[in-house]
Design a protein around this ligand. Structure first.
Ligand code: HGY
Ligand code: MN
Ligand code: MN
Length: 422
């Protein structure tokens, strides 16, 4: 089936412009999870879906489902989607490109009068970015009823210090849905989940290719609130032996983690790790005080479960030695772990065949960044991802996706959809 994609490409261009305008926060855009920017993005997606004649419903967590009916309405749908929140002062495309591509695909199918054998649902997922709430994949976990009941009332948004429940209510949504563990999606009732996304590292830009089919997604071990605590003291008067310096303890841990990283890398094993938010409490610290407290975040990722296990063991043993040798206790919380995910071979093959059919130069690569697809995969849903070239990196205002590359990825998706939906 040939698609005249001009209308679909026009829709995508208009949506990206409108999204940027609705969430501009120089430098870049901000779309806080359960905040104004995300709500504006959901409204834009919904309006575009209604204009296309799609069936729209939102679940009580605010996830939006926009469905193009297929021939047999009883069959489980193909879901295409991603998130519409964005990190503070981030780029316009992380997340949004996947939702816009789902809508553009529906526009192209409508335009060519194509009916797929089953429904195609575009899902705009809520609250994927952990910058806002210290909890991972909130929207997709909520859709599957996987949120711990206490969480809506215990996590607070980084910009407002107000709880998830408060922000949901403010948006007209229902935190009781999260607390109840009810679900809006049933894994057995989903044919597959396809998440188009901008590439967020340099690989495809370096390779000079517009599109990549993803092989797998790194899993992660995250400790967003690590709190070493020792003792505050006098920077001049206290001898080294008596000090319980939380900053030096944190630096020692950081160095140990980097040494572990270098060793894993030398052994050919996949690993990246990041320490962030490394700071002493501003109300307590000062240049003449030995820092008794420190706070940092820790984000460890690998395609290999065994590497995540080794990192967890290293953290535990370092916490012990930090207490024994430095008198600094390290509270790093329970942590959040998501296992790595391999993309479904049949979907990968369908996307590769689609790229060949559409004549789009492509490669295969693993995803370093995390995605909602991890949660779908964890639930046993077959997943695939299609990456679009982006030359500006991500989680920064410099994300740079050319519309021509987006359109090339759309052509790949459209060429693959009959096989994917079959
Ligand atoms: O952090 C991530 O990998 C994703 O952007 N949430
Ligand atoms: Mn992101
Ligand atoms: Mn993303």
């Amino acid at each position: 089936m040939m698609h005249n994609t001009m209308a679909a490409e026009g829709l995508a261009a208009r949506l990206f412009t409108a999204l940027r305008a609705a969430s501009a926060d120089p430098p870049g855009v901000s779309r806080a999870s359960y905040g104004e920017g995300e709500a504006a993005a959901h409204a834009l997606a919904r309006d575009a879906a209604l204009a296309l004649g799609l069936e729209c419903r939102a679940d009580p967590a605010g996830n939006l489902f926009m469905t193009l009916p297929g021939a047999d309405r009883a069959l489980p749908p193909v879901i295409i989607g991603s998130h519409l929140d964005a990190v503070p002062h981030g780029g316009n495309y992380d997340g949004a490109a996947g939702v816009v591509m789902g809508l553009a695909a529906c526009a192209a199918l409508r335009g060519s009068g194509t009916t797929l054998p089953r429904d195609l649902t575009v899902m705009a997922v809520r609250a994927e970015e952990m910058c806002w709430f210290p909890a991972f994949y909130l929207g997709s976990r909520a859709a599957f009823g996987l949120i711990p009941p206490e969480l809506p009332d215990t996590v607070r948004r980084s910009d407002s210090n107000r709880t998830l429940a408060e922000h949901m209510v403010e948006q007209g949504l229902d935190p009781a849905f999260l607390r109840s563990g009810q679900a809006s999606l049933e894994p057995g009732r989903i044919h597959c989940f396809i998440e188009p996304h901008i590439e967020q590292g340099p690989q495809r830009a370096e390779a000079g290719l517009p599109v990549a089919v993803v092989t797998g997604i790194r899993g992660s071990l995250r400790h967003p609130r690590c709190l070493p605590s020792g003792a505050w003291g006098h920077a001049g008067a206290e001898p080294r032996a008596g000090r319980r310096d939380a900053v030096l303890a944190g630096v020692e841990l950081a160095t140990a983690l980097e040494e572990f990283w270098l060793a894993e890398e030398a052994a050919g094993r996949d690993l990246v790790l990041t320490l962030g938010e490394f700071h002493t409490p501003t109300t307590m610290h000062g240049p003449t005080k030995i820092p008794g407290e420190l706070r940092f975040s820790l984000d460890i990722r690998s395609e290999d479960k065994a590497v995540l296990d080794a990192a967890a063991a290293l953290l535990a043993s370092r916490a012990e030695s930090m207490a024994a040798r430095r008198g600094v206790a390290l509270d790093y919380g329970a942590g959040m772990r998501v296992e790595p995910l391999k993309m479904a071979p049949r979907l990968r093959a369908a996307l590769l065949a689609g790229a060949t059919k559409a004549g789009v130069p492509h490669m295969e690569m693993a995803s370093g960044a995390g995605h909602d697809a991890l949660i779908f995969g964890q639930q046993g849903v077959d997943c695939a991802m299609l990456f679009i070239r982006n030359t500006g990196g991500s989680h920064n205002p410099h994300e740079a996706m050319e519309l021509a590359d987006f359109n090339a990825a759309l052509a790949v998706l459209l060429a693959a959809l009959p096989e994917i939906a079959g």
